[in-house]
Design a protein. Structure first.
Lengths: 743, 744
């Protein structure tokens, strides 16, 4: 277990650290703070080794060192906008290390590490902190732990997006052809009008007869119409196919993303906020969609156009072409100065958006609490702050891009002036015809249009790519090994569970379970007993392989769970959770959630056993009553009974009851207990309950305390032992003896 | 009865003449009609009307004409009961007499709510009570177009006028009138400026290039062009600055309004709604409106000016050619009006599919544990794929319908240019027109058509933005809780005397969860609410906090009807510890001080001591400054619960409500909390719900609920002596508490 926290530092400081350390000193923490010793912005490097704490200023300055034995106490002290780490030293004044708020989480971990060292405990800290800045460029990230938009590898991302196009090669080819046709038919009309002007309207040589000119006029206009029709059909073909392809590709990506999300381990979900994941599936995919449908075609078609136009311009007049290209370097330079600066604004914008969304999600999910405490006004004023900030950031961004666009328009306008000024002179000198000048003028519009918009498209592209990367990040996250080819199949489980020296912590630095050894025979019922937070639910999570143990192994039927086919494992484990979660759909659908092919009779049977049948019949539509999000419309007890029925229908070999009856009233509980009694026969059952009475059917009780098994045995054995369990039972009986009311 | 007659709006409907006659013949002179309502079905499959007239003596079922089945009459004494029977697409009200056949009244689903209330009313009459019908009914259909409303009492989306939405959006700009006015003027100015260059170019071609004049004039005109572009540049920047200034402020206000409305909406609103769809109103819809305010609206304005300006210019330059230019406009308008409705429809379908998809995603992310536990990843994947495919189809068809629209209009537009080339060319050959004028014409045509074309493009955005705005306004307009009711009674100091008077409540009309609750609670009394799950314990509590209003009867606090008390006063003096505790993302200290932001640290400490939370809090590395994470996820269930208790303690309410407050705690912790609660309830009126009856040992009085009624009240000893429901509950619990020897 590596729990070192080593931040990258620059070479100079790294060298200085190496200078001062002894050879056998092991660096455990190396971190920088953003305030210097005078609490001004600056940097200090904090190094914790197995023997000492070092504080090194960035430039030459006094280096502090505190041997671990000399530390009396370490703690963090929050101050306005930041805080400091106080190190109380024996015989010396207090040492303060300041930091701003952005570093607070890091320093709370450092303090924990120091305290562990001081007390001689094992050094266990959480080195994985939320990433707020890009490792590469140090820029603020749009959301924490996300991708830095500036550091995206564009080519790779584009390639990956292209992979999604591969299945639709034919359609893509059609689109490409349509593109070529569109570019070609857009290029030619100025040439036709040039003829119109030079040969019909203002003939350069006045030889052609009037009739010829009239018929040529008709012919040329017909040519224009023909080109337009061609262009129009190409557009039609392109639009029709692109609408299909874009939606299809996006649906594919979304589907892929969703499947990946489903397969990800619980650990992934623990770290993310629901809103963030949601926005990946909606906003990010949406941005990608817009790019695929609007942005990408625009780039391709106009890229083609630019080259075609340049060719025609050079063919018509080389010197004039060179003149009109004068503003182009300025256009490009202006773009290069501008867009990188804009990126920061855009990422700030999305960051503020995210915080506003978080606020909304939180207040809406907690609306009952808000109302119960009459805090509506306060939530509103809390909302006002990010809302104001959003306005400010958005305004800044838009004004900046407004200035940019106006300037670009101005610069292109200068290009037009050049055409008229220098081209006009050349017409007067008789070096080019008027028709050529007008064609030049038309091409200029075609050329500058894309040049102006390219910058904008570029931004959209960057955003779309950032979205794509965020999507790919999820897709690339290692999923649970669902269909690992070398996984052991176990279609018929016996239900023999064995824990061997299992240690586990959600945060590796804080183990919840320590060295658990437990052997559960097939068909046995185990009651897990202990105070809240001792690791009962965690034990269960490990059996279902929601998490993998950090140390030791769990075996089912003598096979390491990690090597078992996950589907075989989970489809034979039935779990009834503490907080029942139902899906929107009918009650029948929810009961048959684990077995969609269940007959109605089976569903009713399961509901009967879970004592849910009667209340279900009492609902409007019986089993077809629809249940809203999170089971809205049902009481908690009803939800719980449905979730029990769901587990029963699942017919598992291993049954896990995590406080399954905590929210049901006593009478119902008793009935459910009876049902469960029948149910647990022949199945390996692991039950957790605060109410010890729930466990009366258990073959063996396992008492957990502080992540360790402290006692196990039958009820009688444990009672006679007069240990932890005995105390628990005594306490509970004392509580359950209903005391006469006060009066 | 007189009091009832005043409010005859809903259940005394206007009788037609024929029925009025029949009623007049059937009833005695002093009989009073309490209910007279109409149905819309004669029997299971025939539409037609029937009248039900109820007096205190009899019930009449009458037809407006002589059709079958015949009119019926039942006297009130002979009526045994009445009940409703749901059937496909409707239902029937069965009047069951003591002997003889029952009389049925059929109705379609749209009337089922009304008849549910009628049935309740008749039941009361049978019992000899007043019918006590509700004064208001939720509307389920739009009264204008009779379409099903998206929510009860909501707004009919089909009957909202676009112009109204626009005016409301403009209303958000009103606070910034001066800036907005400046913006409009500037927009007009820049649009006008854009008209000039083609005209100057006409002079360059006609006066300089074709005539071979000296270059001096060329320099003059190009110089003019340069000057124009500089002015345009500057005014464009100022215009954009003003635009964002006004637009984003308006949007900020709109969002504030939306959020504020969301805060003040009654819980009923949230019951029927998925949180995901509300959040999307905040996100997607407000962004759509933002785009509209910032980009589309100014764009439309300036283009409208351009279009009008150009048309005037074209006609002054050459009216014959101008007519040719306008030739494609009628077909464009025809095509547009044909396709627009489809477009709108498609967008709406798209957004419905979209919200279904997001709901699915949010549900499966929230329920990921269950999905994994049942190994249903593949199934969820399939379900998602269904939504995904329908969304894809919706987006293809909306995208394509837009394409048809765009290309059709585009097609007609390009013909304008061809006409000008041809007929203009002929005029040049006849020397009636100069080349420069023709070129100017061509330039103006593109300036004219491009906005027209963009109008159609932007139309799709506008449709979306307006749909978004409507969804936002729908929330803003939904009836909010009467927070700032001016005539409400301020009650800054509640004593805590709670009195239920015949209170009844139904989440859905016709399905009463509570009936005839009469309960008087003295100040500082502690009431234990006992009963099986689903009997209405939590509902009773929801009525005290006024999360819901009683459908009938009333609740009084300190002798004042709860509906007349200022809501803020009421809620700020009620403390609630709910079954599932919800914490906000923030530090522990912030969460404890949620109801009292100015609480000193000392107060927070005291509260957390009392809730037995202090001990575990200081064990956390950051102590009271620990961030609890989204919905308090970084804390264990018991820890969250204790913080929620501390929060209620600091709130220092006069009325305390404990809804299974300790169910997720282990016994040792619970015992400590019980002590804390015992300290806490002193001097407060307390309502406590607990399955574990031991939790209620401190209660002065226990109230046993059964099927929505109060079945027993009294002290523990009294109830035990009575050997009723409570006795049985206690017995079962004691039985299951006695831990039996394990099987093996």
């Amino acid at each position: 277990m590596s729990t070192q926290m080593l931040e990258p530092v620059d070479v100079q400081i790294a060298g200085r650290i190496n200078e001062v350390l002894d050879d056998d000193e092991e660096v455990l923490i190396r971190a920088t703070t953003d305030l210097d010793e005078n609490r001004r912005f600056g940097r200090q490097c904090v190094v914790v080794t197995n023997r000492r704490l070092w504080v090194l200023p960035e430039s030459d300055g006094q280096i502090f060192q505190v041997p671990v034995e000399q530390i009396v106490k370490c703690r963090t002290e929050p101050l306005v906008g930041g805080g400091h780490l106080e190190v109380e030293r024996r015989g010396e004044p207090m040492l303060y290390i300041g930091y701003t708020d952005s570093q607070a989480v890091k320093f709370s971990e450092i303090t924990r590490g120091l305290e562990q060292l001081r007390q001689g405990n094992p050094f266990l800290i959480n080195p994985q902190l939320d990433k707020l800045r890009c490792d590469n460029c140090g820029r603020l990230l749009p959301e924490k732990n996300s991708i830095c938009p500036a550091c995206i590898r564009k080519r790779e991302t584009l390639k990956r997006i292209a992979v999604y196009l591969l299945p639709y090669k034919l359609k893509a080819a059609v689109i490409a052809l349509a593109f070529a046709a569109m570019a070609g038919t857009q290029l030619l009309p100025p040439l036709v009008t040039r003829h119109l002007v030079d040969d019909v309207l203002v003939p350069v040589d006045g030889t052609a007869s009037m009739d010829d000119r009239v018929s040529l006029l008709g012919l040329l206009v017909l040519a224009l119409i023909g080109l337009r029709l061609l262009n129009w059909s190409a557009e039609w073909v392109h639009g029709w196919t692109a609408a299909w392809l874009g939606a299809q590709v996006v649906a594919d990506i979304r589907g892929h993303l969703y499947r990946c999300l489903e397969m990800l381990s619980m650990q992934f979900y623990d770290k993310r906020e629901v809103g963030t994941l949601l926005s990946r599936a909606s906003r990010d995919v949406g941005l990608l969609h817009d790019f695929l449908i609007d942005g990408l075609p625009y780039i391709i078609i106009n890229g083609l156009l630019v080259f075609g136009i340049l060719g025609f311009l050079l063919w018509m007049s080389v010197p004039l072409t060179l003149y009109v290209l004068i503003p182009v370097p300025f256009l490009i330079a202006w773009g290069f100065i501008f867009w990188p600066r804009m990126r920061t604004f855009f990422s700030k914008w999305s960051q503020v958006w995210a915080s506003l969304t978080d606020r909304t999600v939180e207040t809406l999910t907690g609306i009952r609490v808000v109302k119960a405490f009459a805090q509506e006004k306060r939530e509103m004023s809390n909302f006002a702050r990010p809302n104001l900030r959003l306005r400010e950031v958005a305004q800044q961004t838009e004004i900046k891009s407004g200035v940019f666009i106006a300037t670009i328009t101005f610069l292109t306008g200068l290009g037009m002036l050049i055409v008229w000024l220098l081209g006009g002179q050349q017409v007067l000198d008789g070096r080019i015809t008027l028709g050529t000048l007008l064609a030049f003028y038309a091409y200029m519009w075609l050329l500058y249009g894309p040049l102006v918009r390219f910058g904008q498209i570029y931004v959209e592209m960057t955003r779309a790519f950032a979205s794509a990367e965020r999507i790919f990040e999820v897709i690339d996250t290692e999923s649970e090994s669902f269909e690992a080819p070398d996984a052991v199949r176990l279609p018929q489980m016996q239900g023999h569970i064995r824990f061997r020296d299992v240690t586990f912590g959600y945060d590796k630095s804080k183990p919840v379970l320590h060295g658990i050894n437990l052997d559960v025979k097939p068909g046995e019922m185990i009651g897990l007993v202990g105070k809240s937070g001792v690791g009962k639910t965690t034990t269960i999570n490990l059996i279902a392989r929601f998490y993998d143990p950090d140390q030791g192994t769990i075996e089912i039927d003598d096979v390491d769970v990690n090597r078992l086919n996950l589907h075989d494992l989970r489809s034979q484990i039935g779990i009834v959770l503490q907080e029942p979660m139902l899906f929107s759909g009918t009650i029948a659908e929810n009961i048959s959630y684990g077995r969609h092919d269940a007959t109605f009779a089976q569903i009713v049977d399961a509901a009967r056993s879970a004592n849910a049948h009667n209340f279900i019949l009492g609902k409007d539509d019986g089993y077809d009553t629809s249940v809203g999000e999170k089971g809205a419309g049902l009481s908690v007890g009803e939800c719980q009974r449905i979730s029990i029925a769901r587990a029963l229908l699942h017919n598992p070999r291993i049954l896990i009851l995590d406080e399954a009856t905590a929210s049901v009233d006593v009478a119902t509980e008793q009935q459910i207990q009876q049902a469960l009694g029948k149910l647990t026969e022949g199945r390996t059952t692991i039950a957790i309950a605060h109410r010890l009475s729930t466990l009366r059917n258990a073959d063996r009780l396992v008492v957990l305390d502080q992540g360790r098994i402290v006692e196990q045995g039958t009820h009688t054995e444990l009672m006679s032992k007069r240990g932890v369990f005995y105390d628990l039972v005594q306490l509970q009986q004392a509580m359950d003896a209903i005391i006469a009311t006060r009066e | 009865m007189s009091q009832f007659n005043e409010s005859k709006s809903h259940f005394i409907e206007q009788l037609p003449e024929t029925v009025l006659d029949k009623v007049g013949k059937a009833i005695g002179p002093f009989e009073e009609v309490t209910i007279q309502v109409t149905t819309d079905m004669v029997d299971t499959h025939r539409y037609g009307s029937r009248w039900l007239v109820v007096t205190n003596h009899r019930l009449l079922v009458l037809a407006p004409d002589d059709s079958t089945p015949e009119d019926m009459q039942i006297s009130m004494q002979s009526l045994k009961t009445v009940h409703m029977e749901p059937m496909v697409g409707g239902g029937r009200l069965m009047l069951v007499p003591y002997d003889g056949e029952s009389v049925c009244l059929f109705y379609s689903n749209s009337l089922s709510l009304k008849f549910a209330e009628v049935a309740e009313g008749i039941k009361r009459l049978i019992d000899g009570d007043e019918p006590n019908l509700p004064l208001e009914m939720d509307q389920t259909r739009c009264h204008k177009c009779n379409r099903l409303l998206p929510e009860k009492g909501g707004i009919c989306p089909a009957c909202i006028k676009k112009t109204d939405t626009l005016f409301r959006l403009l209303g958000f700009i009103m606070p910034y009138k001066t800036q907005a006015l400046l913006l409009v003027i500037l927009t007009l100015f820049t649009a006008m400026l854009q008209l000039a260059p083609p005209y100057i170019i006409k002079f360059i071609i006609d006066d300089v290039l074709t005539t071979g004049q000296s270059a001096d004039q060329l320099y003059f005109y190009v110089g003019l062009l340069f000057g124009l572009s500089v002015i345009l540049w500057v005014s464009e920047i100022v215009r954009r600055w003003l635009n964002t200034w006004v637009g984003f402020r308006a949007i900020e206000d709109l969002r504030t309004g939306l959020f504020g409305a969301l805060q003040l909406l009654p819980l009923r609103f949230y019951d029927k709604r998925k949180i995901g769809s509300l959040i999307s109103r905040m996100n997607n819809d407000s962004e759509l409106v933002e785009d509209y305010m910032i980009f589309d609206a100014p764009f439309i304005l300036s283009n409208a000016v351009l279009v009008i300006g150009i048309i005037i210019l074209l006609f002054t330059m050459n009216w014959e050619l101008a007519l040719f230019v306008l030739l494609p406009v009628p077909p464009i308008i025809i095509v547009a009006s044909l396709v627009w409705d489809y477009l709108e429809d498609y967008w709406r379908r798209w957004s419905i599919q979209w919200s279904r998809l997001t709901t699915h995603i949010s549900e499966s992310i929230n329920g990921i544990r269950v999905i994994k536990a049942f190994s249903q990843e593949a199934y969820e994947g399939e379900r998602f794929e269904e939504h995904n495919q329908s969304l894809r189809k919706a987006s293809v068809s909306s995208e394509r319908s837009w394409l048809v629209f765009f290309l059709m209009t585009n097609f007609f537009m390009s013909f304008g240019a061809f006409f000008v080339w041809y007929f203009g060319g002929l005029q040049i050959l006849d020397n009636k027109l100069q080349l420069g004028e023709l070129m100017a014409f061509i330039a103006y045509i593109w300036m004219l058509y491009t906005p027209l074309q963009w109008f159609s493009d932007y139309y799709s955005f506008i449709v979306r933005a307006f749909a978004g705005a409507e969804r936002i306004f729908e929330v803003i307009d939904a009836n909010s809780e009467p927070f700032d009711q001016t005539d409400a009674v301020p009650m800054p100091l509640i004593k805590g005397h709670v009195n239920f008077r015949k209170a009844a409540f139904a989440y859905d009309p016709g399905k009463n969860v509570l009936r005839d609750i009469d309960l008087e609670v003295r100040p500082n009394e502690m009431i234990g609410l006992v009963g099986e799950s689903g009997v209405g314990k939590s509902t009773l509590i929801n009525l005290i906090t006024r999360f819901y209003d009683a459908s009938r009867g009333s609740i009084e606090i300190d002798g004042v009807d709860i509906r007349d008390i200022r809501l803020a006063d009421l809620r700020s003096q009620i403390g609630l510890v709910a079954q599932q505790s919800f914490l906000f993302n923030g530090t522990i200290a912030e969460n404890i001080a949620y109801s009292k932001q100015d609480a000193s640290f000392e107060e927070i400490l005291r509260a957390s001591y009392a809730a037995n939370a202090h001990e575990f809090i200081i064990k956390k590395p950051d102590g009271y400054d620990m961030l609890v994470g989204e919905q308090g996820r970084r804390l264990a269930g018991g820890e969250k619960q204790r913080i929620a208790i501390a929060r209620a303690i600091l709130h220092d309410p006069k009325i305390l409500i404990l809804d299974e407050a300790t169910s997720s705690l282990d016994t040792a912790t619970e015992k400590k909390i019980q002590e804390a609660i015992a300290r806490l309830v002193a001097g407060r009126t307390t309502f406590a719900i607990a399955h574990r009856l031991s939790t209620l040992r401190a209660a002065n009085r226990l109230v046993v609920l059964d099927a929505g009624r109060i079945a027993e009240t009294g002290s523990h000893t009294e109830l035990m002596a009575r050997k009723g429901i409570f006795y049985r509950l206690v017995k079962t619990q004691q039985e299951s508490s006695a831990i039996m020897a394990v099987k093996g």
